[in-house]
Write a protein that binds this ligand. Structure first.
Ligand code: PHE
Length: 347
């Protein structure tokens, strides 16, 4: 400024600048375009700021007029930007509303109905089969006395067979029942044969693996009458297995030991995952354990005041989850109790 400065510039063409700004603002299609245009004209290094900064180089008589004109252009551009911003916002709002429009005259999408849990289906199916054979369905408590769970079943406190069942003790002489067999005692005590009943229910053991869960379900069966034989037991269990799993179901009876039956057997079915070839689910044996069975021990009958000279009975206790695993090809018992709808929907 002052002497030695280059000759004063001619006044900038503010009208042309305003016209360009107006056109660019009108062309802005969204907020970020608009911000860019605004910065270009009104920003610290924008066109208007440059004009204002250049005022000092103008002849003094021009300075006031150009300064006023530049400020007026600044105000106009700001108004155009505001107006454009409001227009863009209401357009995008309208667009969003249009996208969310609800046509209340459209038919409903329909809910998908749920279905029974596969364990419920299994228990109902089991009940159905045995009701057809004239058995009744009974229940017993899940918190059971030591007497019913062990003693009356021929397992006094020092009996080694108690170790076979990893027991959850509750309080005093109560346990979470480790099997449904205590209901045999409850069913026979105070009643006389003929007796034919099943007991579906939850049981508890300190056990966890792909085939074991600390809570699982069994169905106990008991039939006591005159002339009941092991042949009756096998016949009933074969019919039962074929009802559940189909006519070509293969079973295997293995001689075994339970304190409350004599003779005793464990019952296996062919592993459905490898068709008997051996796999991880059946521990390479080709068979999966389903439960235990046998002829009711005379001492157990006597414990319930049923005359062992006159009556015999058979009993069995099957794992219900094993049956569901066989039916649906489920490799892990836990899948039944995780409550994962993605799994349950497939069953
Ligand atoms: N209660 C036995 C168990 O859970 C199974 C069983 C029931 C065996 C009835 C024989 C007779 O292991």
């Amino acid at each position: 400024m002052g002497q030695g400065q280059p000759p004063a510039d001619s006044p900038p063409d503010l009208e042309a600048l305003a016209a360009r700004a107006e056109a660019e603002i009108a062309a802005a299609e969204n907020a970020s375009d608009l911000n860019a245009v605004r910065a270009q004209y009104l920003g610290k290094k924008g066109s208007v700021a440059q004009v204002l900064r250049g005022i000092g180089t103008l002849p003094p008589e021009e300075r006031g007029r150009v300064g006023q004109a530049a400020n007026a252009v600044k105000v106009r551009i700001d108004e155009w930007v505001q107006a454009r911003r409001t227009a863009l916002e209401s357009a995008s709002h309208a667009e969003a509303l249009a996208g969310r429009r609800l046509d209340v005259t459209l038919p409903g999408a329909g809910g998908s109905p749920g279905h029974l849990h596969p364990m419920t289906v299994m228990i109902r199916d089991v009940a159905d089969f045995f009701l057809g054979l004239g058995f009744s369905i009974e229940e017993g408590p899940e918190v059971e006395t030591e007497y019913h769970n062990f003693d009356a079943l021929n397992m006094p406190a020092d009996h080694p067979a108690r170790d076979m069942q990893d027991t959850f003790w509750v309080e005093g002489d109560h346990v979470l029942r480790t099997h449904t067999s205590p209901v045999q005692i409850r069913a026979m005590t105070g009643r006389q044969p003929p007796l034919r009943l099943i007991v579906p229910g939850r049981v508890y053991r300190h056990d966890m693996s792909p085939r074991h869960s600390p809570m699982f379900a069994q169905v106990e069966g008991l039939m006591v009458d005159e002339d009941v034989t092991f042949g009756d037991l096998k016949g009933v269990l074969y019919a039962f297995a074929r009802h559940l799993f189909g006519d070509d179901t293969e079973l295997r009876f293995r001689a075994s030991y339970f304190p409350f039956t004599e003779p005793s057997a464990e019952l296996d079915f062919r592993c459905p995952f490898c068709a008997g070839d051996g796999c991880a689910t059946c521990s390479q044996s080709g068979w999966i354990e389903w439960g235990g069975c046998g002829m009711v021990h005379p001492q157990v009958l006597a414990n319930c005041d049923v005359d062992p000279e006159r009556y015999q009975g058979f009993a069995f206790g099957m794992g219900l989850e094993r049956g569901v695993m066989l039916r649906h090809g489920l490799p892990q018992i836990r899948l039944l109790y995780d409550g994962d709808v993605r799994v349950l929907e497939q069953l």
